[in-house]
Design a binder for this molecule. Sequence first.
Ligand code: NAG
Ligand code: NAG
Ligand code: NAG
Length: 155
Amino acid sequence: MEILAQFNIILVLFFTVFLLSACNQAENVTYCNDSRHYIVNVLSFEVSPDPMLVGRPATIIISASTSQPISDGKAVIDVSFLGLHVHTETRDLCEEVSCPVAAGNFVLSHSQTLPVFRKQGSYTLQMTLHDENNLELTCIRIKFIIGNASFASNS
Ligand SMILES: *[C@@H]1O[C@H](CO)[C@@H](O)[C@H](O)[C@H]1NC(C)=O
Ligand SMILES: *[C@@H]1O[C@H](CO)[C@@H](O)[C@H](O)[C@H]1NC(C)=O
Ligand SMILES: *[C@@H]1O[C@H](CO)[C@@H](O)[C@H](O)[C@H]1NC(C)=O
């Protein structure tokens, strides 16, 4: 019985790794400081719609893991367009994740509405998460390209 249970765990792990690598865009996510040990680590992310289109609301869905439970906090968002800083905002972390978050894996969903993605081109979104004591949980930078909506709908 014990062997069977272990086999099941290995199978689950195998499929988790398989799924993560199948829909991984990890090359477009970097930590703000690579040498830091963050409490929250990013496993993968996806964007919706994919590709994101200019003039349309967009959602960035991040799968992450936390080594500590999170009950409250904030998310600071900084957006750059072609290397120029264009937008900053602070959100309640519990708007982006369903609080409280237990230690382990969780999903963060960030919806960005207009007029932030006003132009076509390459963007960087930096997201810093803080807990209720303002401790930095993580800081990531996500790179993505916003395409031309009228071109996409005409084709
Ligand atoms: C990055 O993190 C390391 C380890 O915590 C720290 O020593 C270093 O000063 C940090 N670098 C920057 C630019 O903040
Ligand atoms: C990830 O980065 C590559 C290279 O910059 C880019 O072609 C691709 O569109 C990016 N992925 C997303 C989802 O934007
Ligand atoms: C988007 O595509 C449309 C149709 O192809 C084109 O007329 C328009 O100039 C494009 N917009 C940009 C910003 O490239």
